[in-house]
Ligand binder design. Structure first.
Ligand SMILES: Cc1cc2nc3c(=O)[nH]c(=O)nc-3n(C[C@H](O)[C@H](O)[C@H](O)COP(=O)(O)OP(=O)(O)OC[C@H]3O[C@@H](n4cnc5c(N)ncnc54)[C@H](O)[C@@H]3O)c2cc1C
Length: 462
């Protein structure tokens, strides 16, 4: 057992209780510059066992590239068998069979015996049946971001006849897809995993005819009246009548010395689902005091020897929902270190130790560990919208009554903006990316669905 886990504090001060924290007339525009992409996937096919059991990933446990493949599959709820070349003799056997070398790792091996060496997100997306290209150059609505807000908008929009495309830079599901157990989403009294919620939402959207493009970023947005033009990172331009920004937030990184170079080699961001089983018999650490950290701790506690939550807060009850904290406190191998922070990490090719500082006494302790999960909040990744829509100083997108008139990104029309409309008419925002949003799945779903009402009104107005 790691030294640090011996020092355990209560999650909250004695005696304290936690606290919970009409149809659009949609027209088709002329086709504009579809950008078909000829691609030669970096892929080798070989014959292996006649009936390999399922999708397999062969790699090194402490390789960031292997971690990324596992994380992508986990987020898409694609079951796979993990084979660590260093500890699993069968992995070496499989390598021999396919004729791959360690330089090819990670290796994604399909049940039919074909495999992809060092696959990119785009290659994995294609091989697991996700589309990476839009089927048309024009849509009524392009939704940027396939999290709860974007998927809810897509379901409502498509069910009401709006021709809708959802583009996600990773995989549909968003942050919610990283959640191991969501307990407070309406209609699921026993809770459900974020991956399951995402999978249900994608299936529902696709049933209504929504197109979903994965592993593609939207990197700019411009106006070519009467259209809005969305530019993808492969050079494709998509024309549409309206855009919904549902880009959520991205994880903040822990800047303590040593952490950055160990990302994917023991330091992980929001990846508890993909790495939980690798924490078996380890003393794992989590930085963060919010519900996302709490949920990850719940999951890891069934694998790791011990799980220690480290956070600068006086009490974990400040930010974590009471039900979650109650459950964590009842688990024997979960420990709490409030008023503490991780100030360093070290290891040659993988995480070996972290240093925790007690913020009251200034005392530092270095503890051995192979897994540090970081959940220290998030910020919106909206730099690409600079000068296009108005944003607050943190980068959250301003909409509706929050917009000022005039200035380079002021509201330009005589009519008032619709409540979720940004400073660029016809471009709407919903979910965590909106300034003042609630940062909950239910709220994101609500805003995504509501946005469709305003998008209909915008389309009718035109
Ligand atoms: C681990 C974890 C557990 C959580 N647990 C709960 C819970 O139990 N209950 C609860 O209510 N809330 C929970 N939350 C919060 C909840 O998940 C978020 O509030 C919700 O997902 C926000 O939805 P969203 O659609 O606005 O954004 P997101 O879910 O962040 O989705 C945004 C999507 O946009 C994509 N994207 C971003 N930029 C681009 C771009 N330029 N081009 C293309 N795609 C882009 C991203 O890849 C992402 O898929 C949790 C969050 C986390 C991380």
């Amino acid at each position: 057992m790691g030294g640090g886990s011996q020092k355990s504090c209560s999650a909250r001060p004695a005696g304290a209780r936690g606290r919970g924290n009409g149809h659009g007339s949609c027209t088709r525009a002329p086709a504009r510059r579809p950008t078909p992409r000829a691609r030669e996937p970096r892929q080798s096919t070989t014959s292996m066992n006649p009936r390999p059991p399922r999708l397999r990933v062969v790699g090194f446990q402490w390789s960031p590239a292997s971690h990324e493949v596992k994380d992508y599959l986990a987020r898409n709820r694609v079951p796979y068998q993990w084979m660590d070349l260093e500890s699993d003799p069968a992995a070496r056997e499989v390598m021999r069979e396919v004729g791959a070398t360690p330089a090819d790792l990670p290796l994604l091996i399909f049940p039919d015996g074909s495999y992809v060496a060092s696959p990119s997100a785009e290659e994995i997306a294609e091989r697991i049946g996700l589309s990476t290209e839009a089927g048309s150059p024009f849509y009524d609505l392009v939704v940027v971001g396939g999290g709860p807000a974007g998927l809810a908008a897509a379901v409502y929009g498509a069910s009401e006849g709006v021709r809708t495309l959802v583009v996600d830079r990773e995989a549909p599901g968003g942050q919610a897809g990283m959640s191991s157990h969501i307990e407070n989403y309406l209609g699921f009294p026993r809770g459900l995993s974020g991956g399951e919620l995402a999978q249900r939402a994608v299936a529902q959207a696709q049933r209504f005819g929504v197109e979903v493009v994965a592993a593609r970023s939207v990197d700019s947005l411009r106006v070519e009246e009467p259209f809005r033009v969305v530019h993808l990172d492969d050079g494709t331009e998509l024309f549409c009548h309206a855009v919904l920004l549902a880009t959520g937030v991205s994880w903040r990184t822990l800047e303590a010395p040593g952490c950055r170079s160990l990302i994917g080699r023991g330091v992980y961001y929001g990846a508890a689902a993909a790495e939980a089983s690798a924490c078996r018999d380890m003393d794992a650490y989590l930085v963060g005091a919010g519900n996302s950290a709490g949920q990850a701790a719940m999951l890891l506690s069934s694998f790791a020897r011990s799980v220690t939550l480290v956070a600068p807060e006086e009490s974990f009850a400040e930010r974590m929902s009471e039900y979650l904290l109650d459950r964590l406190e009842s688990i024997d191998n979960v420990r709490f270190r409030p008023r503490s922070t991780v100030v360093g990490a070290s290891g040659d090719d993988r995480l070996e130790t972290i240093t925790i500082e007690d913020l009251e006494s200034g005392e530092q302790e270095t503890v051995p560990t192979g897994a540090l999960f970081v959940f220290i909040g998030a910020s919106p990744a909206t730099e690409w919208l600079e000068g296009v829509v108005a944003r607050d100083p943190q980068g959250y997108v301003l909409a509706g009554p929050a917009l000022a008139r005039g200035g380079p990104t002021g509201w330009p029309l005589e009519r008032e903006p619709f409540p979720l409309e940004t400073a660029l008419p016809g471009v709407f925002v919903a979910g965590d990316a909106r300034a003042g949003s609630v940062k909950r799945i239910g709220a994101a779903v609500g805003e995504g669905s509501t946005a469709i009402q305003y998008i209909h009104e915008y389309l009718r107005e035109r």
